[in-house]
Design a protein around this ligand. Structure first.
Ligand SMILES: [Zn+2]
Length: 479
């Protein structure tokens, strides 16, 4: 029987224990012909950090439900096409993520919003069933040789990704702070006006120019950023099961040269047999420094003939942040758990911000009333043993008295929930300061889950915290 595969990302199944698949095709009863990735029958147990993969008969598509023994998610959540898209090849890529088959993926990305992207790339992608990423410069939309708003809206509606490639295509590292806001936010508002709000999660740096300041400003606005490269290096990204927070995406330039075309063909061939993602970019097809129409058609057709999934960048690199609401923008702190020595201690979201260009308008405010009081907010994160993590963010503290202070703390726990160790860092700055350079640790060999705490302890004090990030150290410091 033909079978189709489905992926359940860890961000969906969370820390569920028993996950059972159901289907409406037999009146909502549990199906017994679903298998987990190991071929075992339906009631599967999943690790806290791994995506769960299972397959079922082809006739069950679209009517699957999941029963999750889960304290965070609603049971019997209906599966939608958005959860586990398969028609565009995402399922095949998901299989590769889980290590079940050595198959990679290709990301075609197109910079600046040229008219040729609509007439050539989009037209062929629709024929081949591929999904691409189009990096639009908002200020060029509708001008000569660039796509119109209607064309961009059509591409978005067809399921391709539209990314923000800035308002004026300026070098972000030399632009003023005020100008950078225009490139990030005004451009985004203009793109939202074309395709609808909330669809853009990728920022493509103009000219590939970035630094730590611009990365930090992108954080909490976007989930990933695209880079440029011109050589044979920085051309591919390994598919690794636990790497969920990839943010910087290297790309290989399709510059029209015969050498790069040959190298690009070879990269696509490798993605058909290895678990790698290769990402390409080019500009106006046929113009200087860009691939020709014939070259692009050859690459797209080659990927199709080999059966390599061509995915949007936001599909290949989901980059879901490990902490939810690290900006404390939710006024009721819905995603944070508060613990205090007594009811007089305060943890609240208040209107405050460390710097004008950081995203959001609110911060966390902690207040303790005696020298032996404490208050902290907590969120759980999955930990991979042996991985080095960084907790970063902006803080300031005003201490009246007491021997303690303001801390970041991570309580590392084993698979049974027993605490192993709890590294912490004291944050002493009295005006807004960024921490992240030294606030890191390597997860214990038995670590499974971490409790990330922001703690005001054993002081009479007030503190303000914002722009928190928790991620593997190799991702960089974004908080
Ligand atoms: Zn560009």
């Amino acid at each position: 029987m033909a079978r189709r595969s489905f992926i359940v990302p860890a961000s969906v199944h969370g820390y569920a224990h028993a996950i059972t698949a159901w289907t409406a095709r037999t009146g909502g009863s549990q199906v017994t012909d679903l298998l987990d990735v190991d071929g075992n029958a339906t009631s599967v147990l999943s690790g806290a950090t791994d995506p769960l993969l299972f397959s079922g008969p082809a006739d069950s598509t679209g009517t699957l439900w999941l029963q999750m023994g889960d304290r965070y998610l609603t049971p019997r959540r209906k599966v939608t096409a958005d959860d586990w898209p398969t028609a565009d090849g995402s399922a095949a890529y998901a299989t590769a993520q889980h290590g079940a088959a050595p198959v990679g993926a290709v990301c075609f990305t197109w910079d600046d919003g040229f008219a040729s992207h609509y007439s050539t790339v989009y037209a062929l992608a629709q024929q081949l069933g591929q999904k691409h990423t189009f990096n639009v410069v908002a200020g060029l939309v509708g001008t000569a040789n660039y796509m119109t708003s209607a064309q961009i809206a059509e591409i978005s509606a067809a399921g391709h990704e539209i990314a923000n490639h800035s308002q004026t295509h300026i070098d972000m590292t030399t632009a003023s702070a005020a100008q950078r806001l225009i490139e990030m936010d005004t451009a985004q508002a203009n793109i939202d006006a074309i395709i609808g709000a909330g669809k853009t999660t990728t920022f493509t740096y103009p000219l590939g120019k970035r630094n730590a300041t611009t990365d930090s400003e992108l954080w909490l606005r976007y989930k990933r950023y695209l880079l440029t490269s011109t050589g044979w290096s920085a051309r591919l990204t390994p598919v690794t099961p636990n790497r969920k927070t990839m943010r910087a995406v290297p790309r290989f330039s399709l510059d029209g040269s015969t050498a790069h075309q040959s190298q690009a063909m070879e990269l696509i061939r490798r993605a058909s047999v290895e678990p790698i993602v290769v990402s390409f970019y080019s500009h106006d097809l046929g113009a200087g420094g860009s691939a020709t129409v014939a070259q692009v058609q050859a690459l797209m057709n080659y990927a199709a003939s080999l059966g390599v999934p061509c995915l949007r960048v936001d599909q290949a690199f989901p980059a879901e942040p490990l902490l939810i609401d690290g900006g404390f923008e939710d006024a009721s702190l819905t995603y944070w758990q508060t613990t205090a020595s007594d009811g007089s201690q305060i943890a609240e979201s208040v209107a405050d911000t460390p710097a004008t260009n950081l995203n959001g308008s609110r911060s966390l405010h902690l207040k303790t009333t005696t020298d032996t009081s404490f208050v902290y907010v907590t969120q759980q994160v999955p930990l991979v043993p042996g991985t080095k993590y960084t907790i970063s963010g902006r803080t300031r503290v005003a201490i009246a008295s007491g021997a303690g202070g303001l801390l970041f703390r991570v309580r590392e726990c084993d698979a049974l929930g027993n605490q192993i160790t709890a590294p912490s860092w004291t944050l002493t700055a009295t005006s807004w300061n960024q921490y992240g350079a030294t606030t890191n640790f390597t997860a214990d060999p038995a670590a499974c889950v971490g409790y990330v705490d922001v703690l005001l302890n054993n002081v009479t004090a007030e503190a303000w915290i914002d722009h928190l990030d928790f991620a593997p150290t190799y991702e960089g410091v974004f908080g």
